[in-house]
Design a protein. Sequence first.
Length: 275
Amino acid sequence: MRKGAGLVAGLIGLSLWAGAALADRAAQMEDLLGAIRIGETVEIMREEGLLYGESLAEDMMPEADLGSWRNHMGRIYDTSKMRRLVAERLSAELEGVDLGPLAGFFTSDLGAEIIALELSAREAFLDREVEEAAKAQVEELESEEARIMGQIEQLIADSDLIDLNVMGILNSNLMLYRGLADGGAYELSEEEMLVDVWSQEEGVREDSTAWITAFLLTAYQPLDPEELDRYIAFWQTEEGRALNRALFATFDSMYEEISYLVGQAVAQHLRSQKL
């Protein structure tokens, strides 16, 4: 009898410990999401998405009801849903990873400054003229062999930024095609979609390389070289590499889901135009 009671008490204690550990993990995850300012990141992603929607309407639906289309895009790029998806998927991708060093870095003065600089640069890049000016500055500094360009090249190489971005964009484009096809806009086989998407690889790689390099230069130029070296070192840690993989997996998954919905929305508006 006592043994049974002891076993039950032990199981209850274990359950309480596990519950406390899960609560602590959730709190750490929320701290990390707050430190990297994921809410503001998602807001900028929404603005990027709405601009993308405008270009799609111009290219594919010149006669569409723009008011209706903008409302549809606004519902797809729902920041509350986007933030929830990011929080859930990033938490799953980081399972088993020590969150302490990640939250520790991004809540430090340097980490907070870097996040602020990245958000500022990404928001500035909503203006195409700012983006083009940054790309011109990249060419200038590369010709001068400026130290910061070598640091940016190392960041890109260490985190495999170009290949991961290219793969993410191509997968999103494929999901857009699937949405178009499932929505009845086009009759495309899976093989035809894959061939078309892979034909875009060279152009996507070129655009991604130019955008990422210009973005990183714009974001990190205000930092001292030694501060940027510390950031490079952070991404070389085991936890930094895990976060890099988790962020790409999380955002790629979200963008694929959104791209499919955008494809279906385009199909719906194209059908409406024919009626």
